[in-house]
Design a protein around this ligand. Structure first.
Ligand code: ADP
Ligand code: MG
Length: 676
């Protein structure tokens, strides 16, 4: 039994108490047997007047038949291969049966219920499975609904009253929430059938109470984390801004107003004596890199090191190339630390001699030692959660931190994933950008695509072609980049066509990217390694093969690779049948909208928060019952209450019980709870 329960994630009594039904069935009103109708779900109550076993289908199936009579009529109920039930249904016993009524052609067209839920009424026995609103749980093979409900019933009866409520009473009262133990009891075994819709819609006050608790634990953790960093001593960067000014003078464009505002907030944060923890949100192409670079120069001018971390090596390379060109004139030189390269430069990073370091997120995980790190910029990673950020702190560093998100994220997510950060939004694209034209094609419409590629390439523009796989495999049956490149070379022998994918080594990748940037490649055939960050304004076509295979965020990112210059750009999505409804929805949204916020809201709806967040990578605690999308209002309330509480009691000194609960909830993911 423990193994079976373990499969449901139930290891402790507490797990069981919080394992909520996913729906409820109203079995509270017995109907007169005379009035039951075939096809509907009915509950009847009466006396068992006969029960016996018969054999059917060549004696292979043992059928137990019990007939129940309630004074208005009789009804036959049948169980298949469950002969052991016979001794339970002795004649004369009072019983309740619930199930779907069917018309049985074999026994004279009478009505029957097959495999009903049953309950034998014995004096003072409470009804668990019938004659009430009964909970229906997600169970697992080998564990019946009935067995499981029995277990939960006895656990709820035995332990629910003893559940300790660690949330301060004022908060519960202020929000008109019911008591915790009462909520748990009622959620498993509702009192009456008056609110079936609310129960089935997860919107009773009891639900609200449990969701609130979970989200409150979550947000209290966030608030503690934020308080802790705020109390840490940070660096007060006081620069004259000479380097920033020099950089801005070298640019061939002016910052947009939104970029300017973001830079201002950053410089203000950096000047304060506490570590900055700021999130920059902005749609693809809004120009986050330059904002980050200005922040980095601010740190460098004050004598500190700054590190820029990207999610992929390809993007790190590109940042390196871009940053290199921009700061050369100022007399600075960035250093790229990639996967394998561990060399003498490590010493120069450790000594603090190298000022600007660029690499992947692995930089902070792999024990690179910094001499005097002042600022860490984390680019394009919406899964880079609290845990990784707190790693910086664990390594004894307290740099200012700037996080830049790949996709604008819905409010529900920024409250959870980035709940401990201050936020700037860059809600403006550089002037002159035209929205990318997005079109859907099926695999038989290749000619239209080829002629567009031909036209754009002849005008000197460049294109990306993205495949879901590097090489063809029998199993997946997907088109692949390697074969795709060969095919394109045959179709366009006069064009320069190259390949880029994740299995190439760093040097090869760098060569290809550099040539593409320099305009020496017309068509770059690749996998999603180019998904984030790539910035080549001369590229005007993004052709995605097997678009039905890609996620929304991915498609939006890919589309963001084009439309970066003054020219009209195209995102062409080729789909291969058959594909499912989710894929259809994704593609539809892509065609309809260019707005990253809208797209990520939709993405969240399709994928659900668990997958969207990438809980495992981000190190966020898992939410068992609450759902940040459905429960966004509760989340906002829980957040306000949690942050107010931590303002008033920064270490939860007056609330040792709550401190323990929060700690258990976050299970050491972030060691910010040092109470009691
Ligand atoms: P993202 O926010 O997606 O990271 P990037 O930082 O890569 O965007 O910038 C996209 C492109 O826009 C780059 O070519 C960059 O040089 C250019 N850019 C950034 N800011 C401006 C601006 N204010 N005016 C014109 N072009 C800009
Ligand atoms: Mg970027």
């Amino acid at each position: 039994m423990a193994v079976l329960l373990g499969r449901l994630g139930i290891k402790t009594v507490k797990d069981a108490l919080y394992y909520l039904p996913y729906r409820y069935e109203d079995r509270s009103n017995p109907v007169k047997i005379r009035d039951i109708r075939a096809g509907s779900y009915e509950t009847v109550r009466g006396t068992i007047v006969s029960s016996g076993l018969t054999l059917a289908r060549g004696r292979k199936v043992r059928i137990l038949e019990a007939v129940i009579n309630d004074g208005t009529a009789s009804l036959k109920c049948r169980w298949f291969n469950q002969g052991f039930l016979k001794k339970r249904f002795s004649e004369g016993l009072e019983a309740v049966f619930s199930g779907t009524v069917a018309r049985n052609a074999y026994s004279g067209d009478c009505l029957v219920i097959d495999n009903p839920e049953y309950e034998i009424i014995t004096g003072d026995d409470a009804c668990i499975h019938t004659q009430r609103v009964v909970p229906v749980y997600r169970v697992t093979e080998g564990l019946s609904q009935r067995q499981f409900r029995n277990i939960i019933f006895s656990i709820v009866n035995t332990y629910a009253e003893d559940v300790i409520d660690s949330i301060p009473r004022e908060i519960i009262e202020k929000n008109n929430l019911p008591a915790l133990h009462q909520s748990i009891i009622r959620l498993h075994f509702p009192e009456d059938n008056l609110h079936m819709d609310l129960f089935n819609g997860c919107s009773t006050l009891y639900h609200k109470r449990l969701f609130f608790d979970e989200l409150f634990m979550f947000e209290t953790g966030m608030a503690l984390q934020k308080k802790r960093t705020a109390r840490n001593k940070g660096i007060s960067f006081k620069s004259a801004g000479k380097m920033r000014k020099a950089l801005l003078e070298n640019l061939r464009f002016e910052l947009t107003r939104a970029q300017g505002r973001a830079v201002e907030s950053i410089i203000r944060d950096m000047r304060s004596p506490y570590p900055m923890h700021r999130l920059i949100q902005g749609d693809v192409g809004c120009g986050k890199t330059i904002v980050a670079l200005l922040a980095m120069l601010n740190a460098v001018e004050c004598g500190y090191q700054a590190v820029l971390m990207a999610p992929t090596e390809v993007l790190a390379e590109q940042h390196y190339l871009g940053v290199y060109g921009l700061i050369e004139n100022i007399g600075l030189e960035p250093v790229l630390v990639s996967g394998g390269s561990r060399d003498r430069r490590m010493d120069r990073i450790a000594s603090g001699e190298i000022k600007i370091i660029i690499g992947t997120h692995a930089l902070i995980q792999e024990g690179v030692i910094f001499g005097n790190l002042g600022l860490a910029v984390i680019d394009e990673q919406h899964k880079f959660g609290v845990m990784q950020r707190s790693l910086l702190g664990k390594k004894g560093m307290n740099p200012d931190v700037l996080v830049m998100t790949a996709t604008p994220i819905p409010r529900s997510l920024s409250l959870t994933l980035y709940g401990d950060l201050d936020c700037s939004v860059i809600d403006e694209l550089p002037p002159g950008r035209k929205p990318v034209i997005t079109k859907l094609f099926n695999s038989s419409q290749k000619d239209a695509i080829y002629s567009l590629l031909l036209g754009e390439t002849k005008r000197g523009r460049q294109s990306y072609v993205v495949y879901p796989a590097i090489e063809e495999s029998e199993k997946s049956g997907l088109k692949s980049a390697v074969q795709g490149m060969e095919a394109f070379r045959k179709i366009f022998p006069e064009f320069r066509i190259e390949l880029l994918h994740g299995r190439m080594n760093a040097g090869e990748k760098e060569d290809v990217m550099t040539s593409f940037k320099r305009g020496e490649i017309d068509i770059l055939v690749s996998t999603t390694v180019i998904e984030v960050g790539m910035d080549v304004p001369n590229a005007t076509v993004m052709l995605v093969i097997h678009a039905e295979r890609f996620g929304l965020a991915q498609l939006h990112q890919l589309r963001g690779r084009v439309g970066r210059g003054a020219d009209r750009s195209y995102c062409l999505l080729i789909v291969y049948e058959p594909y499912g409804d989710d894929a259809k929805r994704r593609l539809n949204i892509m065609i309809k909208s260019n707005d990253g916020f809208r797209i990520s809201e939709e993405d969240l709806k399709i994928r659900g928060p668990g997958e969207f967040l990438g809980t495992k990578q981000s190190g966020m605690p898992e939410l068992k019952n609450a759902d940040i999308v459905r429960d966004i209002e509760i989340l906002e309330t829980a957040r306000t209450e949690a942050f107010n509480l931590i303002d008033a009691s920064p270490g939860l000194e007056e609330y040792p019980l709550l401190g323990k609960s929060v700690e258990a909830f976050w299970k050491g993911k972030v060691d910010f709870c040092r109470t009691g």
